[in-house]
Design a protein around this ligand. Structure first.
Ligand SMILES: [Zn+2]
Length: 206
């Protein structure tokens, strides 16, 4: 069983260098897709092994087996099948595909990307966006908690209030600084998502 860290780089962004690509065409070329094989697949950087997984082959599926951990947490054992699909080539022979194992996806793809789970590019992008949303939501909730404490009107879109009479200036300044940071983070996330959606809409127009 191999070790596999799914990392988040500095600044909390997923770094693509932490993603491992598993190319089914490469496995086919190397003759590794015949049933009842078991082998290690390794990734290295600068000649040093950085990740590995065990792959077991069955008829029309492979079983991935590895350990995963995110953000330096506990290692989790992972084991699940990825189904294969074969399509005829124009020039004869068959071409092999992975069916993305992510829930509700099953896209036919040549390459799966491994973060903590191996999934198609589309699924990873989706997961990344959801993660960002929860980060934004958390920032918004924290800003709201501080607004309540300060007796300000709820909602970061509303104007900020002043210092409650009973509160020390120092406490007020600290809370206001925290509030502004959380509110900014929340706004930044929302703006980024809106931009992304706009870009997509523009993209579809062409
Ligand atoms: Zn997928």
């Amino acid at each position: 069983m191999g070790g596999f860290g799914s990392g988040r780089g500095q600044g909390g962004k997923d770094t693509t260098s932490d993603m491992r690509a598993l190319d089914v065409r490469r496995l086919q070329r190397d003759g590794l897709l015949t049933a009842r094989r078991c082998f290690m697949w390794k990734w290295s950087r600068n000649g040093e092994e950085v990740a590995s997984i065990q792959i077991r082959t069955e008829t029309d599926r492979v079983i991935l087996n590895y350990r995963s951990r995110s953000n330096g947490g506990e290692w989790q054992p992972m084991e699940y099948p990825v189904h294969l699909e074969w399509t005829p080539c124009n020039l004869g022979g068959r071409r092999v595909w992975f069916l993305c194992p992510a829930k509700g996806c099953r896209r036919r793809v040549a390459i799966l990307f491994g973060g903590s789970i191996f999934a198609c590019r589309h699924c990873h992008k989706l997961a990344y966006q959801c993660q960002r949303e929860t980060d934004d939501d958390r920032a918004m909730r924290r800003a709201e908690t501080i607004r309540r404490r300060l007796g300000w009107e709820a909602g970061i879109a509303n104007p900020d209030g002043g210092k409650p009479k009973w509160m020390h200036w120092r406490t007020f300044e600290r809370l206001k600084t925290e509030h502004d940071a959380f509110a900014d983070a929340s706004w930044a996330g929302m703006t980024e998502r809106l931009n992304l959606i706009n870009q997509r809409l523009v993209g579809f127009g062409h």
